[in-house]
Each structure stands twice: as structure tokens, then as C-alpha cells.
Design a protein around this ligand. Structure first.
Ligand SMILES: [Fe+2]
Length: 196
């Protein structure tokens, strides 16, 4: 790896691997959720992710390279953590809150990667690639935002479920826990496009 173009290509392979892994993980997450809204959000994101893979295919083409993934240990780790949650969460409410947290960790990883790729594509003077990658970056941010909105009611339900198991004290604890917003900011991309 000698040039910024090499680095750009390597990182494209990383997100290509990530997107494909996400396409496999999301249906399993959808299956584990009893919340219709959350399930719909996961299912919708599968379709969106397929479109993102197609955009990456186009970016590889612009580079004159064949689309190719390269194992991304970071994303694999996030998927493993999600699997752990799915086998360990005891109540559906806690499962839902946990799944949103996992999904947002993935979204933030992607936002960081795509933000960087947009910046590098600008530097490499590849306007078509910038446009494609920026479109995906915006989708990831919207998905993250949507998950945050879903989280506000789902976290509350998870907090109340804790109360259901008997302790009145834990009920109020759950409420204040629910008030804590899922960590996110509207401008969360690591390297926002200079165009803005
Ligand atoms: Fe994605």
C-alpha cells in the first residue's frame, strides 16, 4: 500500500465486506424482535444495504477494479457482540433495546468509514465516487437517526420491564435510564464532506 488510491481501495474492500456481513446479520436480528416497528426497520435496511453494495460495485468500476471484500475484524466483532446479545437477552424488551444499541454501533462504524471514503475520493478527484459514497453516507445517518427515535420508546419499555419483575425501586431507576438518549449526534460522520 503506497498511495492514497491504494488506501482508498483497501478501505472500499473493508466496507464491501462489512455491507455483505450486514445483509446476512439483519434478517437474524429481525427474527429476534417482536417489535413490528423495529423488525420493519431492520428489514428495510436489508434492502437499502443491497443498494449500497451496488454503489460500491460502481466505485470499484470507477477505479478500474473488480469488486472485492476483505475481512473486516471490527465489523466481525460487532456482529459477534450482536450474536452474544441475541443468545443472552432474557426479555423481549431488553432484547429490543440491546439490538438497537448493536445496530447503532454498526451504523456509526459505517458512518466513520464512509465519511473517510468521501474525503479521500474528494482528494483523489473522483467526483462520481464522491457522489455515490455520499449517498450511502446520508442513508447511514438517516438509519442511525431512525434507530435513535425508535430507541426512545423501546428503552422506556425495557426500563419498565425491569420494574415488572418486582422491585419498585428499579422501576424509577429504569425510567431515568430510559431518559438517557442513545449516543448519537446529527453530525456524526468522522470526516464530513468539505462540500457542506
Ligand atoms: Fe450500510
Amino acid at each position: 500500500m503506497e498511495t492514497l488510491e491504494d488506501l482508498f481501495e483497501e478501505t472500499l474492500k473493508d466496507v464491501y465486506f462489512a455491507e455483505k456481513a450486514i445483509i446476512k446479520a439483519l434478517p437474524k436480528m429481525a427474527k429476534k424482535t417482536k417489535s413490528l416497528e423495529l423488525r420493519a426497520a431492520f428489514q428495510e435496511h436489508v434492502e437499502q444495504t443491497k443498494g449500497q453494495v451496488e454503489r460500491l460495485d460502481q466505485v470499484f468500476k470507477l477505479l478500474g477494479k473488480k469488486s472485492q471484500g476483505k475481512e473486516c475484524p471490527a465489523l466481525k466483532g460487532l456482529v459477534e457482540e450482536t450474536e452474544e446479545l441475541m443468545s443472552e437477552a432474557k426479555s423481549p424488551e431488553v432484547m429490543h433495546a440491546g439490538l438497537i444499541g448493536c445496530a447503532q454501533a454498526v451504523e456509526h462504524y459505517e458512518i466513520a468509514r464512509y465519511g473517510t471514503l468521501v474525503a479521500w475520493a474528494e482528494e483523489l478527484d473522483m467526483p462520481e465516487a464522491v457522489e455515490l459514497l455520499q449517498a450511502t453516507l446520508e442513508e447511514e445517518k438517516m438509519t442511525d437517526e431512525k434507530l435513535s427515535q425508535l430507541a426512545s420508546s423501546i428503552n422506556r419499555e425495557a426500563g419498565m420491564a425491569e420494574g415488572k419483575h418486582g422491585e419498585e425501586e428499579s422501576k424509577s431507576k429504569g425510567k431515568s435510564g430510559a431518559a438517557a438518549k442513545n449516543a448519537q449526534s446529527k453530525k456524526s460522520s468522522a470526516q464530513p464532506s468539505r462540500k457542506k
